[in-house]
Design a protein around this ligand. Structure first.
Ligand code: NZQ
Ligand code: ZN
Length: 391
């Protein structure tokens, strides 16, 4: 049965090859001082930085630069960003990049107006508290597709000292970006590895929400459509990264995969993300690839507990012929089809390729949170087994 839910998504999406034309008008709606958040420099090489600076100038903004946001943004960088925001009394934060820049911008936004003696990491990523202060508005220009951060209220921060990579999904509409500029052409310069990581991140966001519950739920049918579109477009994009149609469909899938729509009325799992984030906390590997490395051993382990849904996944998403197969054979064939697709597009299939080693298994398990919403809550031994099988 469809559970009760509230759906609200305040982010204004501006999509298409001309999307940047709208940036000036959007910026004009906010105060004069803008903290410009970006990563390690890709936007300077591909010209996006110049386009953004031109829009900021046309909107009459004072720009405070805050570059150098690393993939998997750290708590130390977050503290630095909060300091920059406080010293410059910023009115708005514009994140230009992928999930790392947008998550970081949200992290700064919820922290700037906290009393100085309150530690944002402790408050938001350990205690999962909600903002008790005004949140600085955030906007984004997306350059890397996958996380859905452009239209959600999640923020993932890594604390290497504590060996924790933690996502907080804020229950506050102010944390959603006010707007997101999505030009599929901006993703053409992504290295193939990042493109593929993003594609698998999208697939896994959908399966995390799909592989849970046994009810008949419209959200699951939406998920199946998104997965079919993603698989189709991904095959085209890996052959021709500048295929606008494929890149734009992947971009659109990513946003819908994680803006709470396909979770409406459902239980959800998220254990693959917990396993992947543990790998990320220890290796700093690319997010989507950490998921790819652990997903199949995990799904094969939990498949018997959710057989009917795994069988449905095989036929509805992968077109596996059901005739002549037991439910178990059908379910297994669906995961085999996903594996073949993952290999075809170039996913990383083991955590050892990401720098994890056998002697890290216990520590990886220590960093893994256990979720209750999927078909089976993992025991510690099972967590170790998943990591072992991913080596
Ligand atoms: O730093 P620069 O130089 O910009 O390079 C980036 C970075 O190295 C590069 N890149 C981005 N756009 C590019 C480009 N290179 C060339 N051309 C372009 N157009 O790509 C690399 C990866 O960028 P990053 O932002 O780190 O990737 P992604 O979007 O996958 O974000 C990953 C972070 O988001 C979190 C992850 O855990 C990770 O910390 N997530 C956030 C979620 C959310 N907010 O809801 C959910 C996700 O599950 C995920 O956990
Ligand atoms: Zn993800």
């Amino acid at each position: 049965m469809l559970g009760n839910f509230t759906y609200q998504n305040p982010t204004k999406l501006i999509f298409g090859a001309d999307a940047m034309d709208m940036l000036v008008d959007e910026l004009k709606q906010y105060g004069p001082v803008v903290q410009l958040v970006y990563g390690g420099g890709s936007i300077k090489r591909n010209g996006i930085y110049d386009q953004v600076m031109a829009a900021l100038e046309a909107a009459g903004k004072t720009v405070v630069e805050d570059g150098g946001v690393m993939p998997n943004p750290t708590v130390e960088k977050l503290y630095e960003g909060v300091k920059i925001a406080r010293e410059n009394h910023v009115d708005f934060i514009l994140a230009v990049g992928g999930g790392s820049c947008i998550d970081y911008a949200k992290g700064v936004a919820v922290s700037v107006n906290l009393p100085e003696d309150v530690d944002p990491w402790q408050k938001y990523w350990v205690d999962f508290d909600e903002p008790t202060c005004p949140v600085v508005p955030v906007g984004s220009v997306l350059t890397m597709v996958g996380t859905g951060s452009e239209m959600n209220c999640g923020s993932v921060i890594t604390n290497h000292e504590a060996k924790m990579k933690v996502g907080h999904v804020f229950a506050n509409p102010d944390v959603f970006p006010k707007f997101a500029v999505l030009n599929p052409e901006f993703t053409y310069t992504l290295p193939r590895y990042q493109m593929v990581a993003g594609i698998f991140d999208i697939m896994n966001h959908i399966t995390e929400q799909y592989f849970s519950g046994e009810d008949d739920n419209t959200s699951d049918y939406l998920s199946e459509g998104l997965m079919r579109s993603l698989v189709h477009a991904s095959r085209i994009a890996v052959e021709n990264p500048e295929d606008y149609e494929a890149r734009s469909n992947i971009m659109w899938c990513a946003t819908w995969a994680l803006n709470t729509l396909v979770a409406c009325g459902k239980t959800t799992d998220w254990e693959v993300h917990m396993l992947g984030q543990a790998v990320g906390a220890h290796t700093d590997a690319t997010h989507g690839m950490t998921l790819a490395a652990v997903a199949l051993p995990y799904y094969r382990l939990v498949m018997p507990y959710g057989l009917a849904k795994f069988a449905r996944f095989a036929t509805a998403v992968w077109g596996v012929e059901a005739a002549g197969k037991t439910e178990e054979e059908l379910a297994a064939a669906g995961l085999d089809a996903m594996e073949a697709w993952m290999r075809e597009i170039g996913c990383v299939m083991s955590i050892s390729e990401l720098g994890a080693t056998e002697d890290m298994l216990e520590a990886l398990a220590d960093s893994t949170l256990v979720m209750e919403g999927g078909y089976h809550a993992l025991t510690r031994d099972e967590i170790i087994r998943v990591f072992e099988e991913s080596l």
